[in-house]
Design a binder for this molecule. Structure first.
Ligand code: WTA
Length: 655
């Protein structure tokens, strides 16, 4: 660990304005510290009180936290509730007419839906699901574009106790297949196609391809939302149009009342080794976390127009599109398209048109918008904005400053939120009316989140040197297990040497004010445009190509995407020695990976070698590959390297 040293030396500090502090849900550092203190003094009591105040319980819980079978923690287990009831029904008496979703399509068409109508549509669709025999505990895979319908689909699953697993619409049929099989899904909800940047991209045909591969026999229904009126092959046996399914369905659907521990969803995410992990979340604990962070971190006010730009295919879209904002009764923007279509002013135009107050996006989007039109925000009226947020990867101070000055006009605090698919909600993030901000730091842990930094032995480190980021105490929203693989859950997140702490997989250090600075992953997970990809997955995809003998993948810093993917490939045949040939094979492999995983996983660069740098025991020395990919001189210890000559070859490889 001694080589994890911080290189950032950012000294700027931005205090929240007096005006912001005054109106904040948690006001001033004293407000934050009081909450932290309450959690410290009575940890279970702290969470229990919040759970009682925040959620609607059909039957109140009597037990708060059960740690008897750690790390399989249980929260509020004997409490009974329904997540969709907590997101929709609770608003009917008080604000049925309030706009729940402002949907803007790729082509700019705007559709608004209020809480009453959203509730009706969820109930009708839930009844439709039931009419297909889908019930409590069944798994339903959702492969849809950003739309009101995808929110309806997720909420309807929650309403009947079915466990949804949303697969990002950019994933390939192979990735989709893998998830359908692992979850043993009974149904798939999809659309004929999605519209992105003016292009029609088929979805249903990808589902068909996935289902034609073995292992999906349990899927008895494929429900298709008609989005693009595009030609779609039809299997009358198990395909059904969304509009046919809901036609004539009752708008009353009694929620399925479930235990707080009932799995709400499974979301697949990359780990360092093996196939994607099905992160399983609970109902009560998860929803509580998303609602509290809406209040604490997003300083949510009923007058807000909230906009999280994330796709529901990622956890951010689960927590801050489908669940958190609805549970709070917010008005939110849902956007189908991409930030650069028709031009790089799209986000700013939408903020202006919809009078967005709270805007939450990813550093990769910010960087690309700086590059494509750094001055564009000035052409729009962004005066409605009061808070900005960032998620998915570290935000570099330059991008932070631009976001702060040009988008937020030096008026809006930025909440840089560190969290993960596994944590379900923000963990280390500013409470914007309390904490002074430092560009590039996610600041301090939220109340009740006991974060720390440890060395390999699990002992706390307190100096400027980095270490492993851990969470020392269980918290309500955390991952419950890896779907179908509890052993892997234990191994991946609670390794023995960590004394029962949750190991996040990130390295971090703390500065003199206790602020956390995330330094990157400790495993082989890449963050490409904020999307989490395992190097192992890309390697397996490459190796599955008949031309390839072996492959290793590493990341290298990229201006916009955060990380670029560099693949080192050993072919079964001879190594291409002229640039044209290398380019041709590289293109074949890039297309191959795109088909196997999705376009986001396409290597940016491929280098061919006769071999890979390996230790005598045959382990690939990735740190050397990383140095080569980054064009660095190799100053590291190579005494265990079996074949030192390979380094020169890879360094000079044509590409
Ligand atoms: C990284 C996304 C620095 C981190 C919500 C984490 C961040 C991984 C930040 C989880 C941030 C996320 N600053 N790094 N504000 N937010 N990360 O599961 O490496 O897609 O472990 O969840 O993203 O990615 P995931």
């Amino acid at each position: 660990m001694s080589n994890i040293e911080s290189v950032l030396n950012e000294k700027r500090v931005f205090n929240p304005s007096e005006k912001f502090v005054k109106q904040a849900n948690v006001s001033g550092m004293a407000g934050y510290q009081a909450l932290c203190k309450a959690a410290e003094q009575d940890y279970a009591g702290f969470w229990a009180n919040l759970a009682r105040e925040t959620l609607h319980w059909k039957k109140p819980f009597t037990k708060t936290l059960d740690e008897s079978n750690a790390p399989f923690f249980k929260w509020f287990e004997d409490g009974v509730l329904n997540v969709s009831y907590n997101c929709l029904d609770v608003h009917l008496a008080t604000q049925a007419e309030k706009t729940a979703i402002i949907f803007e399509a790729d082509d700019g068409k705007v559709t608004k839906i209020n809480y009453r109508d959203l509730h009706t549509r969820v109930c009708q669709f839930a009844n439709g699901l039931k009419s297909r025999g889908i019930k409590n505990g069944d798994r339903v895979v959702i492969y849809m574009p950003m739309s009101i319908e995808v929110v309806v689909a997720m909420q309807a699953c929650a309403r009947i106790g079915a466990i949804h697993s949303v697969v990002f619409g950019g994933f390939s049929s192979k990735s989709l297949h893998e998830r359908i099989v692992d979850a043993q899904a009974s149904a798939v909800i999809t659309a004929d196609a999605q519209m992105r940047g003016g292009k029609v991209m088929p979805l249903k045909s990808v589902v068909d391809e996935a289902l034609s591969t073995g292992g999906c026999e349990k899927v008895h229904s494929v429900i298709v939302y008609r989005r693009a009126a595009s030609e779609t092959a039809w299997n009358a046996q198990n395909n059904i149009w969304w509009h046919d399914l809901v036609a004539g369905q009752s708008s009353v659907c009694e929620p399925e009342w479930v235990s707080s521990e009932h799995p709400l969803f499974i979301l697949y995410t990359s780990g360092s080794t093996g196939k994607p992990k099905g992160v399983q979340h609970s109902s009560g604990g998860y929803l509580l976390g998303t609602m509290l962070t809406m209040q604490w971190v997003f300083d949510y006010k009923p007058t807000d127009v909230f906009w999280c730009t994330a796709d529901v295919g990622w956890v951010t879209g689960h927590s801050y599109v489908t669940y958190g904002p609805l549970a709070m009764g917010a008005t939110q923007v849902v956007f189908e398209g991409i930030p650069t279509y028709p031009d790089a002013g799209r986000f700013w135009k939408m903020i202006q048109n919809h009078k967005v107050t709270t805007f939450y996006t990813a550093p990769t989007a910010i960087r690309s918008l700086i590059k494509l039109g750094g001055d564009l925000p000035k052409q729009y009226d962004l005066s409605s904005l009061r808070l900005l947020g960032s998620v998915g990867e570290p935000i570099n101070p330059e991008a932070w400053m631009w976001y702060y000055n040009t988008v937020g006009q030096a008026r809006c605090p930025i909440v840089d939120t560190w969290w993960q698919t596994e944590t379900g909600h923000h963990m280390i993030a500013p409470l914007p009316g309390a904490m002074p901000l430092k560009p590039g730091s996610c600041t301090l842990p939220l109340p009740g989140i006991i974060a720390s930094i440890v060395n390999e032995a699990g002992n706390e480190v307190h100096d400027q040197h980095g270490g492993f980021l851990v969470i020392k105490r269980p918290f309500p929203a955390q991952i419950r297990t890896i779907w179908g693989d509890p052993e892997r859950y234990k191994r991946a997140y609670f390794p023995e040497e960590m004394h029962g702490y949750y190991l996040a997989g990130d390295s971090s250090h703390r500065d003199e004010d206790g602020y956390f600075w995330i330094m990157g992953r400790i495993d082989d997970v890449l963050k490409v445009s904020g999307h989490r990809l395992g190097t192992m997955e890309i390697e397996s995809a490459l190796s599955a190509n008949p031309l390839v003998a072996e492959a290793a993948v590493v990341g290298k810093p990229h201006d916009i995407k955060g990380e670029a993917i560099v693949a080192f490939v050993v072919l079964k045949g001879t190594r291409p020695d002229d640039a044209a040939k290398a380019k041709e094979i590289a293109e074949i492999l890039r297309t191959w990976v795109s088909k196997s995983i999705g376009p986001i996983a396409k290597p940016d660069e491929i280098r061919f070698g006769d071999n890979l740098p390996k230790t005598r025991s045959g382990k690939i020395m990735r740190r050397l590959l990383r140095a080569i990919a980054n064009g660095e001189d190799i100053t590291q210890d190579i005494s265990t390297l079996e074949n030192p000559a390979i380094l020169e070859q890879l360094k000079n490889a044509v590409r």
